[in-house]
Design a protein. Structure first.
Length: 220
């Protein structure tokens, strides 16, 4: 083999080797670039996910603040409503007191004076005498008054029975004052408290006798 032929073969080898190295280098750079691009894409996706999560957290926080604000508003409104209801109740009580008028005096008809027996509502002669005296005073005073007739009982028996008995006692007084003394019906009202307002001890005979009564409140 001549030197020129050998020289040409060496050149070919060098050229081929350089080409292989060059191609290998290009392939390596391309793979690296593609890998970096893939990582960049993944990082961008992760950053987007993190931003989305952060946004959701912020929105959740805002909703929680809104809920707490609404709860606070509801509590405040409830408190204000309760206060208004209490004030309204007070005004209603005051209006009722004004409507009833000022209490001038009270006349009591009870068994203590032999006027109401147990479970009875008929007026005795003593009860009628007391009502006649009251009517005479009202006519003598010639005042514009209103009578509230309250029926009461002792603690014997059921609530329902005693409410009915108290009502019958009050009605008996109102009817007598109208029929016998001419007191206008519209000037009198009746109400039964049954056994709910005792003035005596229901465990004793004397106390029960005090509780069986009709109270006539004379109001201006």
């Amino acid at each position: 083999m001549t030197h020129s032929t050998m020289d040409r073969k060496l050149v070919y080898v060098f050229v081929l080797t350089g080409a292989v190295l060059l191609l290998g280098g290009c392939a390596t750079k391309k793979s690296l670039r593609e890998g970096l691009e893939t990582q960049d894409t993944k990082m961008s996706g992760i950053e987007s996910q993190v931003e989305a999560n952060q946004k959701r957290i912020e929105e959740t926080g805002q909703r929680l603040e809104g809920v707490k604000t609404e709860a606070g508003d509801a509590k405040r409104i409830g408190t204000e409503a309760g206060s208004r209801a209490e004030k309204a109740g007070t005004r209603a009580d005051q209006a009722y007191d004004l409507a009833k008028g000022k209490l001038l005096y009270t006349v009591v008809i009870s068994e203590v004076a032999g006027q109401f027996a147990t479970s009875k509502y008929e007026l005795s002669d003593g009860a009628k005498k007391t009502l006649d005296d009251l009517a005479a005073k009202l006519k003598a005073d010639n005042a514009n008054v209103y009578l509230e007739v309250q029926g009461h009982t002792d603690g014997t028996g059921s609530d329902e029975y005693n409410l009915l008995l108290g009502q019958r006692r009050a009605d008996a007084v109102r009817q007598y004052l109208n029929a016998a003394q001419g007191i206008p019906l519209h000037k009198m009202s009746v109400i039964s408290f049954g056994k709910s307002k005792p003035i005596g001890d229901n465990t004793t005979r004397e106390g029960r006798a005090q509780n069986r009564r009709v109270e006539i409140h004379v109001l201006s």
